[in-house]
Design a protein around this ligand. Structure first.
Ligand code: PEP
Ligand code: MG
Length: 587
């Protein structure tokens, strides 16, 4: 504890439950710093090429943008872009920079930034608004070009020490995965919603996480100790002795509760009146499988395959993927695994992609990306099919919104199977499923169910798309309500259609991992819950604490309520009644 500082209490939004006490560190993303380093003789040419490529891609992007502005008759805006395109031909921004890279032997972004700084000095002395506008153009060009230059230079959280509490403006899913690997003690961010992919990654490890903490004017690293309460959203810097003791006590209570839950690992996930549910795991990497086996999960209901390439410069080859999937399948020890094809886009942007869409969540994401980039899709499917020769594998498509997408994706699987057969490569039988994450898919669940072996409801996205609330926007978090009556009705509809078609339906969104939702989901008729391995014990306990009769009654009651908050209150009250000693949810 820092005896020199006064205790500082901050209130944010709770994202991942748990309490941590650790050393605060401030994580600044690459965008806020321009790296500068020296180049050796061999890398000079490559650096010039890298700069030219960044300029070329930026120009192409501007031209496309300009074309669409002309199509929409927005001539004035298109003319502004014209002047930017002309500026990009200015030798000061082209040959001059190339010469400066050669003469200074510095990396392209530092030379480029230096040039922008020179422009600023020049334009600052001229008060004419025309020149001020020109400088804004330079800044705009600079942001675009820097975006391409820096794509490869993400700072990493991989090497922080295990008791660190990471404070950041925002964390990507890849940052969070790195922080998890380094066993970060807790995360605190200014931006980031409860169902963002960074939040999901934090939850997979149970790393306490609080968002909506404004970092303006606060330097967390000036404090030697911090406490994060991921249940209440409280963050305390330089806690006094009483506060520290209080939270040390809570932390050990929470640990005792988790330890007690370990006792049920060998028991079945069945209600006390004998209704058995499949309880599977959501995983992002093979190392999580150990925890699946320890907690007695029934299989993997969702492998988020995109995590194998989130911080890579390119998609792995078929051979590289085959090795990864084969290892995964072998580590399943005969249990089934559902491999979801790459769900990239949205808030999961690969480091080699520059996400320039205005609405990435409504853009070229998941199946849309895969059907556009058929070579990438086919090589993933071939790798998964080859791995299916070694165990029980299902393939699942993310973000299906029309029947034709599903049919096209199935066609590509058939093509891949034919190719493998003619090449003499082995593959096994695979079940094919589709995620229901978009209201249009929920409404045509009957049509999709006819073409699938199973459905899996991705409530994280279903809530976002049904309620038109960005899942990663912290300012909208109060509107991101999985208990909204529309969400319950959509789930009911999907379950009804899947059951009618005789295929199972799972839920793999975050609500499946919240034990307060367990009786409701069982009561709505869901057959399988898939949750981060860490939540397997808590959800199994919640299943065992309920009866299917009680669950059906609760679902009926919830479906009659009219507001998200009333439904939430009903679930909380029921949970308190069934599990009074769970200090993660009752405090
Ligand atoms: C979901 O949307 O609920 C889901 C499980 O997929 P993801 O969180 O990876 O988008
Ligand atoms: Mg999703």
């Amino acid at each position: 504890m820092n005896n020199d500082s006064k205790e500082v209490r901050l209130q944010g939004t709770p994202i991942c439950r748990g309490v941590s006490i650790g050393k605060p560190i401030l994580f600044l993303p690459a965008e806020e710093t321009v790296p500068e380093f020296n180049l050796n003789d061999e890398s000079l040419e490559a650096e010039i090429d890298r700069f030219r490529k960044a300029m070329r891609l930026s120009r192409k992007e501007l031209e496309t943008l300009q074309k669409s502005l002309y199509t929409e008759d927005l001539h004035e805006s298109a003319t502004i872009l014209e002047s930017q395109l002309q500026m990009m031909q200015d030798p000061m921004l082209t040959t001059h920079i190339e010469h400066a890279i050669l003469s200074t032997r510095k990396n392209a972004e530092s030379v480029f930034q230096n040039q922008v700084d020179q422009y600023k000095i020049k334009f600052d002395t001229i008060k004419d608004p025309f020149f001020q506008d020109r400088f804004r153009d330079v800044q705009d060009i600079s942001r675009r070009v820097m975006g391409y230059l820096r794509a490869k230079q993400r700072l990493s959280l991989a090497s922080i020490s295990p008791d660190s509490i990471v404070f950041a403006k925002e964390l990507t899913a890849a940052d969070t995965a790195e922080a998890n690997n380094a066993a970060a003690s807790a995360l605190v961010t200014e931006y980031g919603g409860p169902a963002s992919h960074a939040a999901i990654v934090a939850k997979s490890k149970g790393t306490p996480y609080v968002s909506s903490i404004p970092l303006e004017g606060i330097d967390p690293s000036a404090h030697s100790l911090a406490i994060v309460d991921g249940r209440t959203g409280e963050v305390i810097l330089s806690p006094n002795l009483d506060t520290l003791r209080h939270y040390q006590h809570i932390r050990s209570q929470l640990q005792d509760h988790l330890d007690k839950l370990e006792d049920i690992k060998n028991l079945r996930p069945e209600t006390f009146d004998g209704y058995t549910v499949r309880l599977s795991a959501n995983i992002e990497m093979a190392s999580e499988l150990e925890s699946l086996h320890i907690h007695g999960g029934n299989g993997v209901g969702l492998f988020r395959s995109e995590f194998i390439c989130l911080s890579q410069d390119s998609f792995p080859s078929e051979e590289e993927q085959f090795a990864i999937y084969k290892e995964l399948v072998e580590k399943m020890r005969g249990l089934p695994i559902v491999i979801r094809t790459f769900d990239v886009g949205g808030d999961k942007c690969l480091s080699m992609q520059q996400n320039k869409e205005t609405n990435p969540f409504l853009g070229c994401r998941a199946i849309r990306f895969l059907l556009k980039e058929k070579n990438i899709f086919k090589s993933q499917l071939r790798a998964v099919l080859r791995a299916s020769a070694f165990g029980d594998v299902s393939i699942m498509f993310p973000m299906i919104s029309t029947l034709s997408e599903l049919l096209e994706a199935k066609e590509i699987i058939s093509e891949a199977q034919k190719e493998l057969k003619s090449e003499g490569k082995k593959y096994g039988y695979v079940r094919i499923g589709c995620m229901i994450e978009v209201p249009s898919a929920a409404i045509i669940a009957d049509l999709l169910a006819k073409e699938c072996d199973f459905l899996s409801i991705g409530t994280n996205d279903l809530v976002q798309y049904a309620l038109a609330v960005d899942r990663s926007n912290h300012e909208m978090s109060s509107l991101y309500t999985p208990t909204h009556p529309s969400v319950l009705r959509l789930i009911k509809l999907i379950v009804h259609e899947a059951t009618h078609q005789g295929i199972p339906v799972a839920i793999c969104g975050e609500v499946a991992a919240d034990p307060r939702f367990t009786p409701l989901l069982l009561g709505l008729g869901v057959h399988e819950l898939s949750v981060a391995t860490r939540y397997l014990p808590a959800v199994k306990q919640a299943i065992r604490n309920t009866s299917i009769v009680e669950a059906s009654r609760l679902a009926e009651q919830a479906l009659m309520l009219t507001t998200a908050s009333d439904i939430q209150a009903l679930l909380t009250q029921e949970y308190k009644h069934n599990s009074p000693d769970d200090c993660f949810y009752n405090y």
